[in-house]
Design a protein around this ligand. Sequence first.
Ligand code: ZN
Length: 504
Amino acid sequence: MAAAGNVEFIRARSDKREYRRLLLPNALECLLISDADTDKAAACMEVGVGSFSDPEGLEGLAHFLEHMLFYASEKYPGEQDYTKYISEHGGSSNAFTSSETTNFYFDVNADNFEEALDRFAQFFIKPLMSQDAVLREIKAVDSEHKKNLLSDGWRMHQLQKHLASKDHPYHKFSTGSWETLETKPKERGLDIRLELLKFYENYSANLMHLVVYVKESLDCIQSLVESLFSHVKNTDQRSFKCPSQPLSAEHLQLLVKAIPIIEGDYLKISWPVTPNIQFYKEGPCRYLSHLIGHEGEGSIFHIIKELGWAMDLVAGAGSDSNEYSFFSVGMRLTDAGHDHMEDIIGLVFKYIHLLKEDGIHEWIFDELASINETEFHYQDKVHPISYVTSTVSSMRLFPPEEWLVGESLPSKYAPNRINMILDELSPERVRILCESKKFEGSTNCAEPWYNTSYSIENVTPYMIKQWIQKAPTEKLYLPKPNIFVPKDLSLKEVPDKVLHFRQY
Ligand SMILES: [Zn+2]
């Protein structure tokens, strides 16, 4: 029997949709959403298997499998039966492979949802994975890789991964290529299709989360989901756990100078930190990114913009994993900014020092919490396809009543947690990446997968101390309270008189 739980979802005040949690007998956990006003229906399946699970020497296998599932199934054996049906009925479909999950999603005209969902469900029940599809999809993965070779985003991301512990999956190349999926496995005498089938065994119902978004009632969609997804096999796989931190001492206190493909200088200062997700109710990284990324007077950005050194600044922690995360401050530099890189780094550290000296303030946390609350409760409705893809990730990370809210509403003021992260943003733990074509001719290393040229220098706490001393820090101070942040969002009684005022 499937269990449909009575969950009291924490939800936005403006949200009129209906929700239901459903746990199928095969341990597949689902969230059903009914929206009478929608003309599109959507679904997203997140499988808790990603590129970190790629077998040694078969880089990109998880991504390759993601491609193969789109191709055809035993029930719908025609090539592109799924994608064709979706696009012919006003929809779109896609998927992505991240380090710990693979996500598949689509939307379609509300009236065509049932048939589309049946085709989609076959990915997880009986995909065809035919021999002829294998070669074509390796080529597709390879051409994706060739495109990525020209993208600085992919190149710099891989460079950061390259400069990490070799025995941590973070270090690996994740997307795959002709070399990793065809040439090298052949040399080792491996049949890549058999490897693919073996890898597909990891796709167990107990590692899956499904969100469906429909026009019909919850009861109606519940019986459809039960009838389709109860056939997904449950082999009780263990969910992936990262072995440890990806960076050790040798990967810290570094300045990496790398050459991008595209013109323009970029500076990124980052630190490994305790993931915010472990303390999402306290939100320590949010507190710090609010201040370090502040753009008002007294902020880092305000100063470097006035000096003509940077065009933008973003600060915050990524939600990479439950086990590790990086807090970073990134900015696009001008030519003058490039020449003052040391001053900018000094300024960032001076501000962090200021945050420590000045202490943590409850009024700043309250102000941030109020901003978050307004944003959450009065958010605009997003497209069903965006809603299902963002909500599905919460299912793996949060208890059911918090699936709709996730990390968005930090509510517990915990200065000790904020101080803990602040201590992690130290000169001893930093690594700095600077991208610029001005480094051409002065680099001496190449990252193996993307062939990005770079060089490495050591940055000691003593050097940073000197940079702080010569940085233009006199105008640096914490923001003042913002009187325009609403503190009370409850509706006020408005007397009739006021409502009719304009008629006079
Ligand atoms: Zn792909």
